[in-house]
Ligand binder design. Structure first.
Ligand code: FES
Length: 121
């Protein structure tokens, strides 16, 4: 007769990516505000390039993702970083460089670019 063995203590599985940043690239053709009107595609492309150049891409690193409307349009353009759930707005690629350097690489939130908590659609 065999004795059932106790389950082995589970170890947390490391996340596949350390962080994700999602850029809203939504485009509206009905005249309502949308992030694509604020150079969101350019910011997304710039961020992808910066992450690659910093060798932060790939497993264990940072994934830069496209998103549709994130429902915070009046603060657009917007992007959100997980797992922290920090929402950003930005003006230009210098702002994106700061988010990459400070938050995505260094883990420090860029408070000056945080989206106001009351901003919605
Ligand atoms: S259009 Fe970008 S958050 Fe809605």
């Amino acid at each position: 007769m065999t004795t059932p063995t106790a389950p082995s203590p589970s170890r947390p599985t490391p996340p596949y990516f350390e962080r994700h940043i999602f850029f809203c690239l939504n485009e509206r053709k009905n005249g309502e505000a949308s992030c694509s009107q604020h150079h969101a595609q350019e910011a997304f492309d710039h961020c992808k390039r910066a992450i690659r150049e910093a060798n932060l891409n790939g497993p264990g690193g940072v994934r830069v993702n496209k998103a549709g409307c994130l429902d915070r349009c009046s603060g657009g353009p917007v992007a959100v970083v997980y797992p922290e759930g920090v929402w950003y707005t930005y003006v230009d690629t210098d702002d994106i460089d700061e988010i990459v350097r400070s938050h995505l690489k260094g883990g420090q939130v860029v408070h000056r670019l945080e989206l106001d908590p009351g901003v919605g659609r």
